[in-house]
Design a protein around this ligand. Structure first.
Ligand code: TYM
Length: 334
């Protein structure tokens, strides 16, 4: 509890451009929750290097993600928006928590298995201990709530398990966080292979909508989205492509799937795809405009980065010092 409010923590990797999945599954919910909580929204650049990154590209992408947080509607005066690498306590707590996490637990993580299969030439220790750093991110701020998409559920469970294990040994050190997964948009699928999650790293550029895509690119990608031969706009597991488009439409308009089925009753897929494209364009336009303004205002963004890193360091260090004391590290001499 800080100032009578509960605390939220969440983050995004600084790899590639944010997708519509990142926006609808996470960022959009962060914005709606922001007024009711103390929020820490981090750009997780340390997690990003578990996959090889070009340094200049990583730096540029990290800044883009941070600006997109603000452009999407997070007020950096109220929410703490910062880079993970600017707060050393994340890596320090991660080391300690790693000594309370079992190899067996980490081996069961599906994201590790997927990424190890995809990057077989670089199965590094960081990729394996990735969820420990994520647990450190969350637990450092005594977070009550963690808004994420469905794909992060397993990592979040692990963070809870580690926190409970630590508390059982040392007393009430960490708040046990709860996940927050929204009803619509929590798992946006690829437009080309609707059995696969929409991902920043998809090589097929028609598979993902990026938050910074131009309107004509968005319309074109929806036009090319894979559907089926049924020909009816219905929210059904047998029609995964259409189901995904309905999910996107619902997340952008606030409608329920039944209302969408009704709206497009008797209409063809062409009309429906155009409507989804237009809803997405309308949703992303103000974000893109604000993003363009922020790109021109270097001094303002730099100020936010500096101020918020100080704030994050202050809260993170409070928890870290407590943990260091609990595990028996010698007191600092002042
Ligand atoms: P990342 O960067 O892969 O994704 C950021 C957020 O976007 C959500 N998301 C999606 N939601 C719906 N549909 C999709 N297709 C989709 N793709 C991504 C993710 O669930 C996530 O909420 N490990 C995390 C980053 C992280 C983190 C944390 C998150 C590091 N530390 C602490 C929460 C708390 C990740 O790789 O997210």
């Amino acid at each position: 509890m800080l100032d009578g409010k509960q605390t939220i923590f969440s983050g995004m990797q600084a790899t590639g451009n944010l997708t519509l999945g990142n926006y609808l599954g996470a960022l959009n919910n962060w914005v709606s929750l922001a007024d009711s909580y103390n929020c820490f929204y981090c750009v997780v650049d340390e997690h990003a290097i578990t996959i090889r990154q070009d340094p200049a590209t990583l730096r540029a992408n990290a800044r883009k993600v941070l600006q997109l947080y603000i452009a999407a509607g997070l007020d950096p005066k109220k929410c703490c928006i910062y880079y993970q690498s600017h707060v050393p306590a994340h890596a320090e707590l991660s080391w300690i928590l790693g000594c309370f996490t079992y190899m067996g637990e980490l081996s069961r993580m599906t994201q590790f298995k997927d990424k190890a299969a995809k990057h077989a030439d670089n199965i590094n220790a960081g990729l394996f201990t990735y969820p420990v750093l994520m647990a450190a991110d969350i637990l450092l701020y005594q977070s009550d709530l963690v808004p994420v998409g469905v794909d992060q559920k397993q990592h979040l469970e692990l963070a809870r398990d580690v926190a409970i294990r630590f508390n059982n040994i040392y007393g009430d050190v960490f708040t046990i966080p709860e996940g927050y997964i929204a009803k619509s948009g929590a798992k946006i699928m690829s437009l080309q292979e609707p059995s696969k999650k929409m991902s920043k790293s998809d090589e097929n550029e028609n598979a993902s909508i990026y938050v910074l895509d131009a309107p004509d690119a968005i319309m074109r990608k929806f036009k090319r989205a894979v559907t089926d031969s049924v020909g009816v706009v219905r929210y059904s597991d047998e029609q995964p492509g259409i189901k995904n488009l309905i999910d996107i439409y619902c997340a952008c308009t606030g409608l329920l799937p039944e209302a969408v089925e009704k709206e497009f009753d008797g209409k063809g897929y062409g009309d429906f795809k155009s409507a989804v494209g237009e809803a997405v364009v309308a949703r992303l336009r103000p974000i893109q405009e604000r993003f363009a303004e922020l790109t021109k205002d270097k001094a303002y963004v730099d100020g936010i980065i500096k101020e918020n890193a100080e704030k994050a360091n202050y809260y993170a260090n409070k928890t870290l010092r407590k943990v260091q004391k609990k595990v028996g590290f010698p007191e600092r001499v002042r």
